[in-house]
Design a protein around this ligand. Structure first.
Ligand code: GLU
Length: 552
């Protein structure tokens, strides 16, 4: 047995399997030509950042555009960052905001697929198998340097103005013979396992990033750590092994990893794996006092997906908006295909912003208003109730008290050619429809300055005599017009404008007074529909209350 094989055997006595067996266990996926396999690989921190969600969406869309697969792998090798139930929170966030996952962790408590385990902490044997094989080929070696030695080396490097890192003359353990290493291990010395890098700083490598274009960087010459002293893999090594065995074709991830690509390409090569295509997503940016900066978990509440859940932004609104900042031609496409499902849009990585998409809450609200305006009354009712069940139980109870009534409320100005676009998020709804419920109705009844209370009282007293609950919109308006003249208001706005001094106001003022009496507001959806929904008892009672108030 070669000395390297002996060394590998001593380092990994429990590994009895070979890489070839894993290659067979996880075969190339049988997908149609060109299908892309993508993934998201978060740590279980219990916090779903908008950036992670955005990157997941980009992965999802990339897979969808090619009938590919999008999977979720849990990178739980850093126990310090781990939060109890932290994966479930992330998955729930993704699911709630409409991101379906095909494989791996697909929902809280649900794992499926043939390429698992999808959790790094359960893949120790796999990592050890590959490292063992590298040691056997003298492509990896144990390093016994202590933390103090490493610190001293870093200081020496800084003093000499050299790059820090374990390379060249600083890679002390690289030069130990296998016999020496073997002896140290047998004496029980702790060690990490390092890659024996064949690279050189002098060489430059080139690769095509699907978002950022062609990138050139020096080749990696660092003997990077593959396994830490507790046998847990580093991100770099796990990335290579996992994405190879899970047959990922496209690694789409945050661009903080771009500087690591030379390490990754070298790992793929040394392990004999075909490298994936890379696409590095720039961080989402926000404008702050005229400057652009990264969306920050600390400074920006909207960095957390939880924010959107709490505010009650529908999943469709968030996805629709994120797609507008992900691919600049999406908005145009949407204008031309107003009702098409998003999955029909041909998502293109190459059209993503290199400098970072700018996040804008005002624009999100706009997109959301349009999205909500397109929903039917039943959908809105269900979604508002689902939101309220979580964030405003009292309101949920109010809505559920009479579901027919609630459905009628949400039917107003909806389902026609020009639906009203005034709800951006469900948290606006309790106030928006407060006048439909005696519990939340506030009859502050403030008139515009141009209308005298006595005139308002006269309008309402007159209207009370002609009010007919069965009138449709046209008849309703005709009735309002019919009472104008005798009250001194002009029934026609144009005619009024020709000679305003001849009148107290016009038909718009008359309906304003009725609107205020019914809702306590100057601005509402269609008033006739509101009155039909409130019903004659409430309408008559509110007319009376308003008459009393304005006659005082
Ligand atoms: N666990 C890594 C992270 O959360 C994954 C990066 C990747 O997608 O490869 O940053």
């Amino acid at each position: 047995m070669s000395i390297y094989k002996q060394l590998a055997e001593v380092m990994f006595p429990d590994v009895t399997i070979t890489p070839a067996e894993y290659e067979e266990k996880y075969p190339i996926r049988q997908l149609k030509e060109g299908a892309r396999v993508t993934r998201i690989a978060p740590s279980p921190t219990g916090y779903l950042h908008l950036g992670t969600f955005f990157t997941s969406m980009v992965n999802r869309m990339t897979a969808d555009a090619t009938d590919g697969v999008f999977f979720f792998r849990l990178e739980d090798t850093d126990k310090k960052r781990e939060v109890e139930g932290g994966a479930d929170d992330i998955l729930k966030g993704m699911n709630d905001f409409g991101l379906t996952i095909d494989e791996g962790f697909v929902a809280p408590g649900v794992i499926s697929g043939d390429y698992g385990p999808y959790q790094q902490s359960q893949r120790a044997t796999i990592y050890h198998t590959y490292v063992k094989s590298l040691v056997e080929q003298n492509l990896a070696y144990p390093c016994f340097c202590s933390e103090e030695q490493r610190q001293a080396a870093r200081e020496a490097q800084e003093a000499a103005k050299d790059r820090t890192g374990y390379y060249g003359k600083y890679a002390i353990c690289r030069n130990l013979t296998a016999e020496e290493a073997l002896e140290k291990i047998q004496q029980g010395a702790p060690y990490v396992v390092r890659l024996r890098s064949m690279g050189s700083e002098e060489h430059r490598i080139k690769f095509d990033d699907m978002i950022k274009g062609t990138i050139e960087m020096p080749e990696n010459d660092e003997d990077i750590v593959l396994l830490k002293s507790d046998g847990i893999p580093t991100y770099h090594f796990a990335h290579a092994v996992d994405d190879h065995l899970m047959r990922t074709t496209h690694v789409i991830r945050g661009d903080e990893w771009i500087s690591s690509v030379p390490k990754h390409l070298q790992l793929f090569k040394t392990l004999g794996f075909k490298p994936p295509k890379y696409a590095h997503v720039s961080p989402i940016m926000v404008e702050d006092n005229g400057n652009k900066r990264k969306l920050s978990k600390r400074k920006d509440p909207q960095a957390a997906m939880h924010f959107y859940a709490q505010q009650g932004y529908p999943a469709d609104s968030v996805l629709e908006y994120l797609l507008t900042i992900a691919n600049s031609d999406f908005e145009d496409w949407r204008r031309r295909n107003q009702t098409a499902p998003r999955s029909d849009f041909k998502f293109n990585l190459k059209k993503m912003s290199v400098s970072g998409a700018l996040f804008d809450l005002v624009k999100l609200n706009d997109v959301s208003k349009t999205t909500i305006a397109r929903m039917d009354a039943k959908t809105v009712t269900d979604k508002v109730i689902a939101w309220a069940e979580e964030y405003d139980q009292g309101f949920a109870d109010l809505l559920k008290r009479d579901m027919d009534y609630t459905l009628r409320i949400f039917s107003i100005d909806r389902g026609n050619a020009k639906p009203r676009k005034d709800i951006a998020k469900w948290s606006e709804v309790p106030d928006y429809i407060s006048f439909f419920f005696p519990e939340t109705y506030q009859n502050a009844l403030e008139l515009p300055e141009t209308i005298a209370p006595a005139d308002a009282a006269a309008i309402l007293a007159k209207y009370a005599t002609v009010y007919n609950p069965s009138e449709d919109k046209d008849a309703w308006f005709a009735t309002v017009k019919s009472i104008c003249e005798e009250l001194g208001f002009c029934p026609d706005v144009k005619q009024y404008k020709a000679d305003p001094s001849a009148w107290k106001g016009h038909v718009g003022d008359v309906s304003s007074v009725i609107r205020i009496a019914m809702t306590g507001r100057r601005n509402t959806p269609d008033l006739c529909s509101i009155m039909q929904t409130l019903g004659p008892d409430v309408v008559n009672a509110r007319l009376q209350t308003a008459i009393d108030m304005f006659s005082k």
